[in-house]
Design a protein around this ligand. Structure first.
Ligand SMILES: Cc1ncc(COP(=O)(O)O)c(C=O)c1O
Length: 307
């Protein structure tokens, strides 16, 4: 979305025209990265628009805010409701991306951000289809290490964290890869710039644990539950870089990327160099769930209908 995504945005609880949403040049977030945000998807299917895990995303927004004492002047329910109302207001009928964001407003050059500091919150929406254009992606391990909880908590989805993601992405693109994999400060596998990682060995699924400098992905949580429901064993533990090279399958998960198979790491094929069977099964089930085409009643509660 490089331009306007819809006629209106939701700004501090009101609808305003996209073009009229202007912020002062001395907005704190612009200077110091003091913003926290979410990325959510809604899927067009069965003559409706289904928002995936809307409440879970808003809950994470509030957790990110609390890490930095950034006050959100609305409740989780108001944010949930605001999202649905916005999609109706702009008459969104196609699959789209939803970006709620809270930021510190005009606060001078004061680095003491407290719950009294002025903040604003907006939600923008824009049509969105695929993130990766290929069936399987080629990844490279980045020389940039993932930020660590001791300096900048990766569990907070803050704007500033993405400078780390940007360095890794720039490097991987320069080297001809589709995506980067970052190691944590100890050299264990952490995550991709905007996705979590899963590794399959002996039909068991592994994913880096919370202490491996990851964002607790909503898609990651979904896949963990889904994989168990499909009968797989799933283990969260530190993963060595070298384990990537001997994996049977690898896939990445994220709201934007959804579930995407990794076909090579650092130029070495994973499995037979194509999307693996377990990845495919999890990906297909995930696609059924987000589009509300899965018969399991449990998963129906994961989506919110707009229309
Ligand atoms: C750094 C990072 N890790 C993981 C994820 C995946 O999180 P989710 O599945 O909630 O989109 C994202 C995307 O938001 C991300 O930016």
């Amino acid at each position: 979305m490089k331009n306007k995504g819809a006629e209106y945005i939701w700004f501090d609880g009101k609808f305003i025209e996209w073009e009229k949403a202007l912020i002062p040049i001395n907005t704190h977030a612009l200077h110091y990265g003091t913003s926290i945000f979410e990325g959510i998807r809604a899927y067009k299917s069965n003559n409706n628009l289904h928002i995936f895990k809307l409440k879970e995303h808003m809950e994470r927004l509030f957790r990110s805010a609390s890490i930095y004492s950034i006050k959100i002047n609305h409740t989780i329910d108001e944010m949930v409701d605001g999202t649905v109302q916005l999609l109706r207001k702009v008459n969104m009928r196609e699959s789209c991306y939803i970006r709620p964001l809270s930021f510190v407003g005009v606060h001078g050059i004061d680095l003491n951000v407290t719950y009294e500091s002025p903040t604003h919150t907006f939600i923008i929406v824009f049509p969105f289809a695929r993130y990766f254009q290929t069936e399987g992606i080629r990844v490279g391990v980045s020389s940039w290490r993932r930020i660590h909880d001791s300096s900048m908590p990766p569990i907070a989805k803050s704007g500033a964290n993405y400078l780390n993601s940007i360095l890794a992405t720039q490097e991987c693109k320069r080297n001809g890869y589709d995506e980067a994999i970052m190691l944590d400060k100890n050299g264990n596998v952490s995550e991709a710039p905007g996705e979590n990682i899963f590794v399959i060995k002996n039909k068991t699924i592994f994913t880096p644990d919370m202490a491996s400098s990851i964002l607790e992905g909503v898609t990651r949580d979904t896949v963990i539950e889904l994989a168990k429901d499909l009968g797989y064993t799933i283990i969260q533990r530190p993963i060595l870089r070298s384990e990537l090279y001997i994996a049977e399958e690898i896939f990445l998960t994220g709201t934007a990327a959804e579930i995407i198979g990794v076909v090579s790491v650092d130029g070495r094929n994973i499995g037979n160099g194509k999307e693996g069977q377990i990845t495919k099964k999890i990906r297909n089930t995930y696609n059924e769930i987000v589009t509300c085409n899965n018969n399991n009643e449990k998963y129906k509660g994961w989506t919110t209908e707009v229309w």
